[in-house]
Design a binder for this molecule. Structure first.
Ligand SMILES: [Zn+2]
Length: 562
């Protein structure tokens, strides 16, 4: 788990502990006023209109309420902290408000108030994580479900983390869902919908809760700070930092905010939040990026050593480097971000050092590095090699550019032998035996594919990494069809320089000086173009440039990621 996430989790747990302690005090002091209430509880929405994000869910529920189309069971799916339980309570309020079944509960009547306080007899919240036994479900649901609501119009069962129920408990629940008593509504909430049996899922109206955007979270944090009288005592960029660390979970963001407020004597600053969250400072990240740009390996490794000496978390550095590179990419492609002027200037300066493709590659590599570091037994080594790899990623195109081949390859008609690149000085290649008699060439290549990969690895680690999810699927004349699973690797393999490297290596290993590659995407294979002549299947079609679409897809995935 990334440090910021685990930190957020520990903060969150503390938040829960505080909330728990507060509720205990409330019980003990029997009505004595307890001054402390966590921000998350205090600012929990009491109306659909106050819900942050999730407009699609709110709209659908309100429409259903307005037209009285009430389902017996709802399934709320989404990561933690996105408001599933809050929405469930709002639904319970809308069904039971003293003003009638309403699309917006009043929030002030006795019924609404008792639901807000969690004191309503007819709104039963069950945490499946702590009630996994079949007995609990039987007792809480099956045996009591047939009784009419005690005071309300509807009895509402909210089962949180429903995927944690045991099989027997699911079966008990399923029985109830199959013959739902009237005046009973189930809201099942889960972070893992695929762990909920299909039989249950199929009986529920499903809503997917999205991670909240940084923008939504910053907006809510700002609102809370203003309500709390913090006007002029916080730096907006500090809220951006918190929203990023929260990764789409408003509950975590509010808990972090609360923690920061407790420490913020002289105001809520970027520096304070950064030190609380353990986020790597921009200055360090900028030096890393400079080192990458210059390909200055000694400088990069000195930075790693410095980080180790000063006790920084290396995994966190990789995480923050990925985020920083993503910010550079955002800046480059003109996605506006809420940043201080100072930071914008830094981003501008560094974004100018790269083109978009380079930044995409770097972001991707940084993500992979972060993933590798999660399980690394020697994080320093992994970070060093990862940075080296990223620096090479930038260098490779210049180093291996072979000016001999003109980019007319794509229009070369089938059967016409092309001019071959002149031989370059090479490390002695691993070679393979000639194909056995009767063995097809493609089988021969497949059989020795690993030898080729080994050789490629020695020449270009980066090109090698792209080919790891590719398969040689066909050989037509001298054109080897490589089928890629991922658009990103496919795109990189199509890159002139990597392509040259791969072809060069193939020719040597298989001793076929005319061998060329034709990268294709596996998704393209299954959808052949209608009307494409059969004999043209192996011909590279000019004008077919699926790269553009893939880049867009990849970019979209970048910005969708919380
Ligand atoms: Zn009400």
């Amino acid at each position: 788990m990334p440090v910021s996430a685990s930190f957020a989790l520990s903060l969150f747990r503390r938040g829960v502990a505080i909330a728990f302690a507060a509720s205990q005090n409330l019980l003990r002091s029997e009505g004595l006023r307890v001054a402390y209430e966590t921000l998350y509880r205090k600012y929990r929405p009491r109306k659909f209109a106050d819900v942050v994000g999730q407009r699609h869910v709110v709209r659908a529920l309100q429409n259903a309420l307005a037209s009285r189309r009430i389902a017996h069971a709802y399934l709320f799916c989404g990561q933690r902290g996105t408001g599933k339980t809050t929405m469930a309570r709002l639904l319970a309020m809308a069904l039971n408000c003293e003003q009638g079944i309403v699309s917006e509960p009043c929030g002030t009547c006795t019924a609404c108030q008792s639901i807000i306080k969690g004191a309503a007899m007819d709104v039963i919240e069950i945490d499946a994580a702590s009630h996994t036994g079949v007995e609990a479900v039987r007792e809480v649901i099956v045996e009591r479900v047939s009784f009419l609501p005690a005071a309300f119009r509807y009895k509402v069962y909210i089962i949180d983390e429903v995927h944690m129920l045991s099989t027997a408990a699911f079966n008990a629940l399923l029985k109830t869902l199959e013959e739902p008593p009237p005046q009973v509504v189930f809201v099942l909430a889960t972070t893992d919908p695929h762990k909920v049996p299909a039989t249950i899922r199929s009986r529920c109206l499903r809503f997917d809760f999205h991670p909240l955007s940084a923008c939504d979270i910053v907006g809510r944090l700002t609102f809370v700070l203003e309500q709390e009288g913090w006007q002029g005592r916080y730096e907006p960029a500090a809220l951006v930092l918190i929203s990023r660390a929260a990764r789409g979970a408003l509950r975590d963001a509010l808990t972090m905010l609360e923690q920061a407020m407790n420490f913020a004597d002289d105001g809520l600053t970027v520096d304070l939040v950064r030190s609380l969250l353990g986020v790597t400072d921009d200055e360090f990240l900028a030096r890393l990026v400079d080192g990458l740009r210059k390909g200055d390996i000694p400088a990069l490794w000195r930075l790693v050593a410095e980080a180790v000496e000063t006790g920084r978390d290396l995994h966190q550095i990789a995480h923050d480097l990925a985020a920083y590179l993503r910010d550079l990419l955002n800046f480059k492609v003109g996605v506006p971000a809420e940043e201080t002027e100072e930071r914008l200037a830094l981003l501008k300066e560094q974004a100018n050092l790269f083109d978009e493709t380079e930044l995409i590659r770097l972001v991707r590599a940084a993500w992979e590095l972060e993933r590798d570091l999660r399980t690394a037994s020697d994080p320093q080594l992994v970070l060093e090699v990862g940075l080296l790899n990223m620096a090479m990623l930038l260098k490779t195109p210049e180093v291996t550019v072979a000016p001999v081949v003109k980019p007319t390859t794509l229009t070369t008609p089938i059967g016409v032998t092309r001019e071959v690149t002149t031989k370059e000085p090479e490390p002695q290649p691993l070679t393979v035996t000639e194909p056995a008699e009767g063995q097809s060439s493609i089988d021969h290549i497949r059989q020795h594919w690993n030898i080729f990969l080994e050789h490629l690895k020695r020449i270009s680690m980066v090109a090698y990494s792209f080919l790891l999810n590719a398969e040689p699927t066909d050989l037509q004349d001298n054109q080897l069809v490589l089928t890629f699973q991922h658009a990103f690797s496919y795109e990189c393999a199509n890159d002139r320089s990597y392509r040259d490297t791969i072809e060069q290596c193939l020719r040597e290993v298989f001793n076929r000086p005319d061998l060329r590659i034709k990268p294709i995407l596996s998704s393209q294979v299954s959808m052949p173009k209608v009307g494409t002549p059969v004999e043209a299947a192996g011909t590279p079609k000019s004008g077919t440039t699926p790269e553009e679409v893939d880049t867009e897809e990849f970019l979209a995935s970048l910005f969708d990621t919380p």
